[in-house]
Design a protein around this ligand. Structure first.
Ligand code: AMP
Ligand code: ZN
Length: 118
């Protein structure tokens, strides 16, 4: 896919979307990519990454983008057979523990999730 103004050349997730670095892709759709996290925190740990570069939930303009991402989470959870449940996490900003500044949802499953998170 050709790069345009919606992507950032230095962003690691934009690089994954543009196949410039390898990733374990679970699903590839028009608006998002689902890839396995390189450092999994649960038996299933998948990242839902929108193709459009948005830093985090404080920056998006297109509200429907978020709806599509949650829809993607549901689709991937079904694909991964997480009938017993799962957890969606959106780390946001420094105190939120965000390390990659390209909006993404963590989909975690395959074990019981404790609460509160760290
Ligand atoms: P966050 O800390 O919420 O910004 O999440 C970023 C996630 O991206 C972390 O869980 C990392 O393990 C994951 N990650 C970083 N680089 C890669 C990569 N090249 N492929 C897959 N996952 C990655
Ligand atoms: Zn990006």
């Amino acid at each position: 896919m050709e790069r345009d103004s919606t992507t950032t050349p230095t962003c690691i997730f934009c690089k994954i979307i543009h196949k410039e670095i390898p990733a374990q892709v679970v699903l590839e759709e028009d608006h998002y990519l689902a890839v396995r996290d390189i450092n999994p925190q649960a038996p299933t740990h998948i990242l839902l990454i929108p193709r459009t570069h948005i830093a985090n939930v404080t920056e998006f303009e297109d509200v429907s983008e978020l709806g599509r991402l949650f829809q993607a989470a549901r689709t991937v959870a079904e694909h991964e057979k997480l009938e017993r449940g799962f957890r969606l996490v959106v780390n946001t900003g420094a105190d939120g523990g965000q390390t990659v500044n390209h909006l993404h949802i963590h989909l975690l499953g395959g074990r019981f999730m404790t609460w509160p998170p760290g």
